[in-house]
Unconditional design. Structure first.
Length: 167
């Protein structure tokens, strides 16, 4: 399926240590038909990434107890490089934004962010995930497509030579 025409809701992991933020944002995203999982710290986010291979987008708080967002981002990208990560922080630290983008984040938003801004970022990230996933699927299919084309060519040559195809 073409990633541009894929209208299914994105599977999103929301990882933040602020319980009230997670509850509120999860509800607001669910209402907009996103499939939302939650985590309260970096380790829990990594567990969710391993458990649910179909997560497309992670919304990740940059400042959490234990593993911070930058470290968690790096580990997420090691486990599943296709997952698109949107970094969130209540701290408008430009250096953290730059560091997260260098580490593979798709986008960086400052809390509190407007829900429409977050939804737009999620949709763009999911589209990017699906585009990459589609390209990888096409690359993986090339040997099978070329073998099929080869069989067609052999059958056409044999038919032209007056031989019957044994298939």
């Amino acid at each position: 399926m073409d990633s541009k025409s894929d209208t299914r809701a994105a599977k999103v992991l929301l990882a933040d240590d602020e319980v009230s933020f997670v509850e509120t944002m999860s509800k607001r995203l669910n209402v907009r038909n996103f499939d939302v999982l939650t985590a309260s710290d970096g380790d829990q986010a990594l567990e969710q990434i391993e458990k649910f291979a179909d997560i497309e987008v992670v919304i990740l708080d940059i400042r959490m107890p234990g593993k911070d967002g930058i470290q968690t981002l790096a580990e997420i990208k090691q486990k599943n490089p296709l997952v698109q990560v949107i970094m969130l922080t209540g701290h408008g630290d430009v250096m953290l934004a730059v560091e997260s983008m260098k580490s593979g984040a798709f986008d960086y938003l400052t809390k509190p962010c407007d829900i429409s801004q977050l939804v737009s970022a999620i949709e763009a990230a999911a589209s990017e995930y699906r585009k990459y996933n589609s390209e990888i699927n096409m690359i993986n299919m090339r040997p099978y497509i070329s073998a099929r084309e080869k069989r067609k060519l052999i059958a056409a040559v044999e038919a032209a030579a007056g031989r019957k195809n044994p298939d």
